[in-house]
Design a protein. Structure first.
Length: 566
């Protein structure tokens, strides 16, 4: 069945709540490990219909945030999901307290119970109204972001469409696009600040009522940090400051010399040579078709995945007004299919999002094809991001399809951007720690803190009079900060694994890297993040000095190929 014809019916949350209550009682009263296991399997099956309907609603709303029907559906889920989360918590409590827990851990993997221990702490009946309020605020943010436009080039543009102008060789065009984006955010500044202040307040209240003393601990629990905590993340950020920020500074100094600049201005940041950023030689539908052929050529496994997705039409990649910015991959469990959401802009970023979300899609599809139980089909989010960011690297070999004789430039750009991303990702994470450790900060104080972090993580960047940057408000653009606090560090951790995939390609060839990737993906969600990467042969990014070692091969490659940018 194709996506446009998939029927949607509002999920009956009250009916599901009754089912969950009955399964909870059955689990409590189970007389054997087999009986308890059947309750857990049935529980997972019951959620497949709900998860599919909720995903269809969310996808169709983000495709058009002006659609009043799906806006109402999203409001329904925002209001009622907290009660379902509470029921889920009670089921997990029964699972954890089962006298057959030892046998169940052997059958379902210990990590399922480790995660349940964490997740049950994130909700209780006393915070249900606050959770509903938080969900409603996130929905408000999505609607505002989806409706934001910029006036540029004589047109009214959706914000993702500015990406094309930001990467032009003509610096006047680039700077104008950044100024247009800045003006769009300035017009919404007060509303975004107010909305975020309300989110911080309500999240802090939820954290305190749940016994976390604030939101930071709750934020980590929501992300199901099952093998590391705040100390490990802080040490990782310090490694980035010590080992990666100077490396990026070196890269930027060389970039400044190539461009003939006195500084790296905001509008120069992504421009690595005077030739400008290599654009795909194909765009839109043609790029999509080439992407499908790329995945067919990578391996038999990716061929099966992309063929099924293409035939089902589970892609939406055209940028337009009313559509949410960004990209994501969702899952439709009743159909065994992922869905990829993107906003193509005619730039290298189009391929980046296609390969990134394609990695998520492949992992979801592979788990379904292997018959992995629904409750173990995916790891925690940093583990999922290894799927996506490593897939980006595996697709480097196919770039001639998209960039022609500038493919080597595109490969080098992608590798440099991968390293360049680490400081930014850590800056986002540290900013969120500061905000939620100090929930009383005013909007102006938050922006002051952001500017202080800019000096630590991106000291080379010249804000060039662009208000969004000068005022420390670029975090307004990062939807994760509003929607999923503490998610962003997951990308940084996953990037360290993706860089190791790149190193394997360079040292042992593409096939060896693919086998490593397949070995990792086949583990699905059966282990903690650190267990997953160790079993697949990746270095632990939390170990002191690991980052320095991980980027060595990338740095050598950059030094050897930098001539293509001259």
């Amino acid at each position: 069945m194709i996506f446009s014809e998939m029927p949607y019916q509002r999920a009956d949350i009250n009916g599901l709540l009754n089912d969950v209550d009955q399964l909870t009682e059955s689990l409590k009263n189970a007389q054997s490990a087999d009986e308890a296991a059947r309750c857990i399997k049935t529980y997972g099956d019951r959620f497949k219909h709900f998860a599919t309907m909720e995903a269809l609603s969310a996808i169709r709303y983000t495709l058009d945030t002006q659609d009043v029907f799906y806006e109402a559906e999203q409001a329904y889920y925002a209001e009622n999901l907290p009660a379902l989360s509470q029921a889920d918590s009670l089921f997990k409590q029964a699972m954890l307290c089962s006298p057959f827990r030892a046998e169940l851990e052997q059958q379902f993997e210990k990590v399922l119970f480790t995660n349940a221990e964490i997740e049950r702490k994130t909700v209780s009946e006393r915070v249900l109204p606050l959770l509903a309020e938080e969900n409603a605020l996130v929905l408000d943010y999505q609607k505002r972001q989806g409706g934001m436009t910029a006036e540029y080039d004589g047109k009214t543009l959706a914000l993702p469409e500015l990406a094309f102008y930001k990467s032009r060789q003509d610096e006047t065009v680039r700077r104008g696009a950044y100024l247009a984006e800045s003006a769009a955010f300035e017009a919404n500044q007060a509303e975004l600040d107010t909305l975020f202040s309300r989110l911080v307040t309500v999240r802090d209240q939820i954290g305190r009522q749940l016994g976390f003393g604030g939101f930071v601990g709750l934020g980590y629990a929501r992300m199901t940090r099952n093998c590391y905590g705040q100390e490990e993340v802080a040490r990782f950020r310090e490694q980035v400051k010590r080992d990666i920020v100077p490396l990026v500074g070196k890269i930027k100094e060389a970039q400044k010399q190539r461009l003939g600049r006195d500084s790296i201005r905001v509008c120069d940041d992504a421009i690595l040579s005077k030739k400008g950023v290599p654009d795909p030689v194909i765009t839109g539908d043609d790029l999509y078709r080439a992407g499908v052929e790329m995945y067919k050529a990578l391996s038999p496994e990716t061929r099966g995945c992309i063929t099924a997705m293409d035939e089902a039409g589970v892609f939406d990649y055209r940028a337009r007004q009313g559509k949410m910015p960004g990209g994501y991959c969702a899952y439709l469990p009743l159909y065994g299919l992922p869905f990829i959401f993107a906003n193509f802009s005619g730039t290298q970023g189009d391929l980046n999002v296609f390969t990134h979300e394609g990695g998520h899609a492949f992992a979801i599809y592979a788990a379904d094809q292997q018959g992995v139980p629904y409750e173990l089909s995916a790891p925690t989010m940093e583990g999922c991001e290894v799927h996506s960011m490593s897939m980006e690297c595996l697709c480097y070999r196919e770039l001639e399809r998209f960039f022609g004789d500038r493919a080597e430039e595109a490969r080098l750009n992608a590798l440099i951007f991968a390293i360049d991303f680490l400081p930014y990702g850590c800056m986002v994470d540290e900013f969120q720690h500061i905000v939620y450790e100090n929930p009383g900060l005013t909007p102006e104080q938050r922006c002051e803190k952001w500017l202080e972090l800019e000096k630590q993580y991106r000291p080379y960047l010249d804000f060039d009079g662009i208000a969004l940057y000068e005022q420390g408000r670029t975090w307004h653009r990062q939807l994760h900060i509003f929607e999923v606090p503490f998610y962003f560090i997951d990308y940084c951790l996953a990037q360290t694994c993706a860089l190791q995939i790149s190193e394997t390609i360079l040292s042992r060839g593409w096939e060896a890297a693919w086998e490593k990737y397949k070995a990792y993906t086949a583990l699905a969600g059966r282990y903690t993040f650190i267990e997953l990467i160790q079993k697949a042969g990746f270095k632990n990014p939390f170990e002191d000095g690991a980052l320095r070692d991980i980027v060595k091969a990338a740095e050598r490659y950059i030094d050897e190929h930098i001539g293509v940018l001259e």
